[in-house]
Design a protein around this ligand. Structure first.
Ligand code: NAP
Length: 251
């Protein structure tokens, strides 16, 4: 059995997820583009995938809603069959800068539900379709961590950093759990990347402000992160599992 060339990218409508969808299409993947709110943006990414000669599907789901995640995978099964070759757990959120002693329960719930529980739920559904233990043909999962998992993000969002720390451990543990089942699990840890996420956290100038702190003296691009993700998905990374790759300009 050959692993399928179908890929699901969560949060594929913008930023790193969108760049991953487009590069994956260029490398021969059919791409299901998940989004939460912005359907027109997801449709534009799907059009870019089709323009590269691959199939595209647009799937709305809040990854933090377990029922919605299961429904999304069932919709994918109906459209393209139950074979899935790749999953990128990219959907993620930050929040406005705050100290831990200012964080309320609603903020913490959203932070961990979206960034951690969403990745667990999507990986669970993907494994049920990929793992040889479940009759699948193998595959690869790439999780999006953050350099914040190493730095802690004090005074900004320790909650986000802790959620990404959980993603690092999730990656290491799950990789070993399924290592004999044809599924590789890895993570990419981006640094300061020029996307809309900073404005969504109330800091539209963050990329410009932080660039001097990066050894390479610039922010990264979504495409530079996508290159690492798509390599980890590929057969070129056939002996790489449980790895967390920094894409941080040296930070
Ligand atoms: P972004 O530009 O803010 O895009 C976020 C994407 O996630 C959008 O497509 C959004 O879709 C989707 N999304 C948000 N909440 C969702 C939910 N609950 N369910 C499904 N989709 C959801 O973010 P980005 O900068 O590309 O970041 C992508 C990943 O890289 C995240 O995990 C982030 O933590 C990580 N990362 C980013 C940086 C950076 O500097 N940019 C650094 C380190 C790590 P809608 O627009 O439709 O809601």
């Amino acid at each position: 059995m050959n692993a399928s060339r179908t890929l699901l990218v969560t949060g594929g409508s913008r930023g790193i997820g969108a760049a991953t969808c487009v590069l994956a299409a260029e490398r021969g993947w059919d791409v299901a583009v998940n989004f939460a709110r912005d359907q027109p943006a997801a449709e534009r990414v799907a059009a870019a995938v089709r323009a590269r000669g691959r199939r595209a599907l647009v799937l709305q789901a809040d990854v933090g809603d377990d029922t919605a995640v299961r429904a999304m995978f069932e919709a994918l099964d109906r459209a393209w069959g139950p074979r899935l070759g790749g999953l990128v757990n990219n959907a993620g959120v930050v929040d406005v800068a705050a100290r831990v002693d200012q964080m309320d329960a609603a903020r913490l719930d959203r932070m961990f539900r979206t960034n951690v529980l969403g990745s667990f739920a999507c990986a669970r559904e993907a494994l049920r379709r990929m793992s040889t233990r479940h009759g699948g043909a193998g595959g690869a999962i790439v999780n999006l961590s953050s350099a914040a998992a190493r730095l802690g993000a004090p005074g900004q969002y320790v909650d986000y950093a802790a959620a990404k720390g959980a993603i690092d451990v999730f990656t290491m543990g799950l990789a070993r759990e399924v290592a004999t089942e044809g599924v590789r699990i890895n993570a990419v840890r981006p640094g300061i990347i020029d996307t809309d996420i900073h404005a969504s956290g109330g800091q539209p100038e963050r990329v410009r402000q932080m660039a001097p702190l990066v050894p390479m003296q610039r922010a990264g691009t979504a495409e530079e992160v996508a290159a690492a993700i798509v390599w980890l998905l590929s057969d070129e990374a056939s002996y790489t599992t449980g790895s967390v790759i920094d894409v941080t300009g040296g930070r």
